[in-house]
Design a protein. Structure first.
Length: 436
């Protein structure tokens, strides 16, 4: 295992992604092979990581993943020079009740693999008090090693000097000081950043971030701060494929699937057959399974409704072979999707589900699903762990429930998923099956 670092912060929205992307590209430009990771259930940031680092990025999720899976994913860093992992939310933010391997915090991931933390602090509106925040994070009883801090939104030289002086007094290394730059912000929408493939000029944007980090951070000190635990990886296996030939919807409306699943399926010999519903492509007729990932079907509902070849291909496949949809893919398998303007768009009609974005309501959190019917690759009674994040509202759900679904605290969740024949769907995105 190469040495590594975790880029974290006290909260969301303070500059973790800006620093991570710039750091990945700046270190890559120095000739280093960088393995990126992302803590927690995020399927947008890893796509940006891939572009910045030139390597596929994988999620490490201590709530959903047990030790074996965490070890198997971390082993993807073998042969690289350095690991850079982006945290989620604040360093210690996670679930109240533990899951398969912990509460899902970035601090747990840093501690498990021995990667020190680079703490990004938004110092807008404060000076010496920023050092007190850093000290509190460093002395938390569950604290991993703190490599140092990167100051974000620094107002000027005097502001920087005041903060650096107090950090030095408290023994906290300052690894960089980033001035205010609103022009470097990445475009966002309701589920986070606009997807990497939709960015008008992503390569140029990442180059600007890399130059920003080079100009205002000590790359040598950051690189030298990287560490790793001394014991070697303990093995583990990636998830096995649900079928041999998998037709996978893939375009800007269908892109949310965790990279470790695809990697595990392909490593075990499964063949992924991509197709684009937005281009009105039908799934490959030779496929054993059609898988519709989540994404943004609500932004493309009219095109999906008009995609005759795609919809007819789904209906034909469902006559004798399974189809599974997650979140956006689940909604497309239903009768209709009502967009934010109140327009009804007919979907595939393989499930009775009708969903609406006209009245937005946030559904967010980890999910534990005890299957009441089979899902491709998983038998009834299996406990699946996943994550749900969407703003749609169910208007009709007449089909048989797919699972008994609980949140991370063990509370029942109304969105149970649906099953009709060999067609299944759920609002939660699969991360893994609980094996213990």
């Amino acid at each position: 295992m190469p040495p590594g670092l975790v880029v974290s912060a006290p909260a969301s929205g303070l500059g973790k992604t800006t620093v991570t992307l710039g750091l990945l590209r700046a270190l890559r430009d120095e000739g280093l092979s960088i393995q990126p990771f992302k803590n927690g259930p995020d399927y947008i940031d890893p796509a940006f990581h891939r572009v910045a680092a030139g390597h596929a990025s994988f999620n490490l999720d201590g709530w959903a993943m047990g030790e074996d899976l965490l070890e198997a994913i971390a082993a993807k860093a073998a042969g690289c020079d350095l690991v850079v992992a982006e945290g989620s939310m604040g360093l210690y933010d996670g679930t109240v009740a533990p899951g398969a391997g912990g509460r899902g915090t970035s601090a747990e991931i840093a501690g498990r693999f021995g990667w020190p933390v680079v703490l990004v602090l938004d110092v807008g509106g404060q000076a010496q008090s920023a050092a007190a925040t850093a000290l509190g994070f460093a002395r938390h009883p569950d604290a991993p090693k703190l490599a140092g801090v990167i100051l974000n939104r620094v107002a000027g030289a005097r502001h920087e000097m005041m903060i650096r002086s107090e950090m030095a007094r408290l023994g906290i290394a300052v690894l960089g000081a980033l001035p205010r730059r609103s022009d470097l912000e990445m475009p966002e929408r309701h589920l986070g950043l606009v997807q990497a493939e939709e960015h008008a000029d992503l390569e140029a944007a990442i180059e600007r971030l890399a130059a920003f980090i080079r100009d205002h951070c000590d790359l040598g000190a950051i690189r030298d701060a990287a560490r790793v635990r001394r014991d070697p990886p303990r093995g583990g296996a990636l998830p096995t494929p649900p079928a041999q030939r998998i037709a996978m919807a893939k375009d800007t409306a269908f892109s949310f699937i965790y990279p470790h699943l695809l990697d595990g399926w392909q490593a075990a010999g499964a063949e992924i057959l991509p197709f684009s519903p937005l281009a009105d492509e039908a799934p490959d007729e030779s496929a054993d399974l059609v898988w519709l990932p989540g994404g943004y079907p609500e932004l493309h509902a009219a095109r999906i409704a008009a995609a005759t070849n795609f919809r007819e291909g789904l209906v034909k496949h469902a006559e004798d072979k399974p189809i599974h949809g997650e979140c956006g893919g689940y909604m497309v398998l239903g009768e209709a999707l009502i967009d934010a303007d109140g327009t009804r768009h007919e979907m595939a009609g393989l499930l009775g589900l009708v969903t609406s974005y006209e009245r937005r309501r946030l559904h967010l959190g980890y999910r534990q699903a005890r299957l009441q019917a089979p899902v491709p690759g998983h038998e009834p009674g299996a406990l699946l762990r996943g994550h749900e994040f969407h703003y749609s509202t169910i208007l009709e759900q007449p089909d048989e429930a797919l699972a008994e679904v609980l949140d991370a605290g063990g509370n029942p969740v109304a969105e149970t998923g649906s099953r009709r024949g060999q067609v299944t769907g759920s609002f939660f995105h699969l991360i893994t099956e609980e094996t213990r």
